[in-house]
Design a protein around this ligand. Structure first.
Ligand SMILES: NC(=O)c1ccc[n+]([C@@H]2O[C@H](COP(=O)([O-])OP(=O)(O)OC[C@H]3O[C@@H](n4cnc5c(N)ncnc54)[C@H](OP(=O)(O)O)[C@@H]3O)[C@@H](O)[C@H]2O)c1
Length: 235
């Protein structure tokens, strides 16, 4: 049977690359974007088989968009739900200089918004054996943080990893798989800080690797923290 994935934030960057990867691999793909987004590139992904790509609208920080979004999904169920939305936050990245607005924006976008949405989406997973994947980062590892810095972004991703673990732990009866995946340091708007720094890898090898990690571990019932090459990352 054709597998299906819901990718939250799929109209540019890693989300768009993932939509394309899963589409190429024969999956049915539902990709979301915010209501004012340019959907041209995402629509292109489905041009060879329009029936396998659908679009939906959600801003992960907007609680009032959750019900209409869930309604738009109808009774669709997904093998994998991939929460990809994220921001870098203010360039200073400093816990000392962060304003309450800075903290709210990054924590709602990178952590509480995706986690809240994942909770609401659990009934849209195949059962048993559904998989929730989060776009984490190696910056979310406490164990490998020996250089400090990037305080706001790190805080948002370490909290994302913790709350992802919580979803897994409190839904054991569903035989849920929860993956926290580091895509590498990738050429996207975020990865280049809008073209000002040079990343480590291009988009294609990253999303190809991430898709392979998902396919390898989906339905395993585990909670894993892996990079795009399937290397375990210490929590
Ligand atoms: N690039 C890297 O090197 C790297 C490394 C590790 C982890 N990551 C993670 O990968 C994910 C994607 O990043 P990227 O590199 O592809 O960055 P990007 O090109 O800047 O894309 C960010 C995506 O998140 C969406 N988004 C932002 N705020 C949102 C909100 N409130 N609601 C819904 N969608 C929202 C954006 O939608 P709009 O177009 O509407 O803004 C866009 O689709 C992020 O979670 C990021 O932390 C990236």
């Amino acid at each position: 049977m054709t597998k299906s994935i819901l990718i939250v934030a799929a109209e540019r960057g890693l989300g768009l690359g993932l939509a394309e990867q899963f589409f190429i691999r024969g999956w049915n793909v539902v990709g979301t974007a915010r209501s004012d987004a340019d959907l041209t590139d995402l629509r292109q992904v489905g041009k060879s088989d329009l029936a396998r790509l659908s679009l939906a609208t959600i801003d992960v920080t907007a609680a009032d968009e959750i019900d209409p979004f869930l309604e738009s999904l109808g009774d669709r169920r997904f093998d994998v739900i991939y929460l990809n939305a994220g921001i870098y936050g203010p360039l200073h990245q400093s816990a000392v200089h962060a304003t309450p607005a800075d903290v709210t924006e990054i924590m709602m976008t990178n952590t509480f918004g995706p986690i809240r949405l994942a909770h609401h989406l659990l009934d849209h997973l195949v059962a048993p054996g559904g998989t929730v994947a989060f776009m984490s980062s190696h910056r979310g590892s406490i164990a490998i943080n020996v250089e400090g810095g990037l305080e706001l972004y790190r805080a948002s991703k370490v909290a994302l990893n913790m709350l992802a673990r919580g979803i897994w732990a409190t839904n054991r009866e569903r035989d849920l798989t929860v993956l926290s995946i580091h895509p590498g340091w990738v050429r996207t708007a975020m990865g280049t800080l809008d073209g000002t720094v040079e990343p480590e890898i291009e988009l294609e090898p990253s999303v190809r690797g991430v898709a392979a990690v998902v396919e390898r571990h989906m339905g395993s019932g585990q909670n894993l923290y892996r990079d795009y090459q399937d290397q375990p990352i210490e929590w």
